[in-house]
Design a protein around this ligand. Structure first.
Ligand code: B12
Ligand code: SF4
Length: 495
């Protein structure tokens, strides 16, 4: 039964829309985060539009969120139920799989309200910039980087009736029948000064996992990752006091039933913060998970983090082949990196923490390098509870995208072509002449299933699905575990 997107009854200054995912048919059979049996819909807050909505409210304007993650069937109902048009529509496009949904939402909004400007933003469309305006006549603006200040300035210009979008840093726009962009980086709001998130902008918000951002950005330089575009290898941290305050706020809304997610590209980068944070949140009585790199002093910190409620640790390993780790620019010291991962998995397991390791079948992977990764997984396997293994997608705006023609000549990797991929500006990758994309998908899915315990896999996945109450969690657990482990990849969708 589809859940209502939250019918918007009154008007507002900014209507923010979470578009639906419109993937190719095989997406639901994939491995990695994209895996999703048709019987379940992911229930995730979009942290970007929630942050923007909360910021706009804090600035004294009104804003609403229309969540169409479950499909755009209710888009018209949502729009037509508004008594008056908003001043501005903003659509968040986190990944390429939301791009077609974004274009359709923009088109519907323009049909309903031809004079209302539409701005899109998010980690997929930001790097595409003016290309989005060329794809979609219904979109007026693209936010290139972080959006709080951009949205505020644009809204204030609209309220004043004096549009001068060329002065807004980080904005692509239309001018004289062509497109242009002000590529300067806009001012960012210090994270400790952001308003608390207004989770109740999401209708029925308790069905989502409480997400709290620990930091924005990342100091590392993995070439396949978009973080370097948005944050230019910098990380902005919240103070432990601020994170504790946000968790307290979320705790007052959700209580202790769900497991909380501390969102970070890589958690715990500043050592002085980690123990203070553990200390500040240990009285809250929550359970939480996060994502780390192995380089830090985790052995010193994990016991206290566990006392503060840490339950699941996600490790970004990405490959067990030193050659591939170097190609990824994941680390300068691949030997030490892999040894650290094994030691830490061991340590975490002894403490009783759940662990999940993430891997990518990468450009340049051959039968030999996949074998090396498999050997690493076999070695580390007894200490980890789950694996998430994704095929590679070449994401626009990354160093990998720029280097791809050279890599293709050197390594024999190539892009998967096809109408869908051209339309959404994302390309899956055939890793090498020896390994095709389809083989990578099948290999990744099998490894996930062979080396994850069903229980451990669910524990690592559950923050993406509803944790509203114990009955809902039990249902999700059963569907996920049966679909992933009892059915083969080919029968998963047969129900
Ligand atoms: C939480 C999360 C999810 C959640 C929720 C996603 C959602 N609906 O938003 C879940 C688990 C569902 C998810 C799934 C996936 N994700 Co994800 N996810 C994240 C994660 C870890 C955190 C996002 C976050 O906290 N952002 C914090 C907010 C504040 O930042 P933001 O989203 O960038 O928003 C700012 C700007 O972009 C801009 N902005 C955003 N929206 C809008 C809208 C308007 C109108 C304006 C003006 C501005 C604007 O302003 C915001 C505030 O400054 C990021 C990694 C990261 N640390 O960023 C990956 C990340 C966003 N995910 C990514 C990917 C690839 C995926 C998947 C495709 C995974 C996969 N391979 O299977 C799927 C696809 C999901 C989908 N719906 O399309 C990539 C995106 C890269 C890309 N260009 O495609 C990221 C960057 C991870 C990475 N480093 O590769 N993801
Ligand atoms: S993959 Fe992770 S560690 Fe590497 S740059 Fe991206 S966010 Fe940072």
């Amino acid at each position: 039964m589809p859940i209502s997107p939250g019918v918007v009854e009154e008007s507002c200054d900014v209507l923010l829309i979470q578009p639906p995912v419109r993937g190719p048919e095989f997406v639901s059979k994939l491995s990695g985060t994209l895996y999703m049996p048709r019987r379940l819909v992911k229930a995730c807050i979009n942290p970007g539009i929630l942050s923007l909505g909360s910021y706009i409210l804090h600035k004294g304007h009104s804003a609403r969120i229309l969540d169409l993650a479950e499909g755009d069937a209710l888009l018209r109902v949502g729009l037509e139920s508004m008594k008056k048009a908003p001043r501005l529509v903003g659509i968040g496009c986190t990944s390429a799989f939301e791009y077609l949904g974004t274009l359709r939402c923009a088109q519907e909004c323009k049909q309903c309200w031809p004079d209302v400007p539409v701005i899109v933003g998010g980690q997929h469309v930001g790097p595409l910039g003016t290309m989005v305006l060329e794809d979609a006549p219904h979109i007026d603006f693209v936010c290139l980087y972080e959006g709080e200040v951009v949205l505020e300035q644009l809204l204030e210009q609209l309220i004043d009736g004096k549009l001068a979008c060329e002065v807004i840093q980080g904005l692509a726009y239309r001018i004289n029948h062509t497109t242009a962009a002000n590529r300067e980086i806009p001012k960012v709001v210090p994270l400790d000064e952001m308003p608390l998130l207004q989770y109740d902008m999401y209708p029925d918000f308790r069905r989502y996992t409480p997400y709290v951002e620990e930091s924005r950005g990342c100091p590392y330089g993995c070439v396949y990752c978009i973080s370097n575009y948005l944050h230019r290898r910098r990380i902005r941290l919240k103070s432990p006091r601020r994170i504790a305050r946000e968790l307290e706020h979320a705790r007052s809304l959700w209580g202790d039933i769900p497991e909380y997610a501390l969102l970070a590209s890589t958690f715990g980068v500043r050592s002085s913060h980690v123990l203070e944070l553990a200390d500040r949140i240990s009285g809250l009585g929550i359970r939480w998970n996060t994502e780390i790199r192995p380089e830090c002093h985790w052995e010193r910190w994990l016991p206290q983090l566990q006392n503060s409620g840490l339950r699941v640790l996600n490790f970004g390993v990405e490959s067990g082949s030193k050659e591939i780790l170097s190609l990824m620019k994941r680390t300068d010291l691949p030997d030490e990196f892999l040894d650290r991962v094994v030691d830490l998995l061991h340590f975490s397991k002894d403490l009783g923490l759940r662990t999940r390791c993430n891997f990518i079948v990468y450009a340049g992977d051959t039968l030999q390098t996949l074998k090396e990764t498999l050997e690493f997984i076999v070695k580390a396997g007894p200490h980890m509870d789950a694996i998430e293994y994704s095929p590679l997608f070449v994401v626009p705006g990354t160093q990998l995208e720029r280097d791809f023609p050279r890599l293709s000549e050197q390594l024999g990797c190539s892009l998967v072509k096809g109408d869908y991929w051209e339309q959404v500006h994302l390309h899956p990758c055939h890793p090498s002449k020896e390994v095709s994309f389809d083989e990578a998908v099948g290999f990744a899915a099998l490894i996930e299933r062979m080396f994850s315990s069903p229980e451990g896999w669910y524990e690592a996945e559950k923050t993406m699905y509803t944790q509203k109450d114990h009955i809902a969690m039990e249902r999700v657990k059963n569907v996920l575990m049966t679909a992933r482990f009892a059915d083969s990849g080919d029968t998963v969708e047969a129900d």
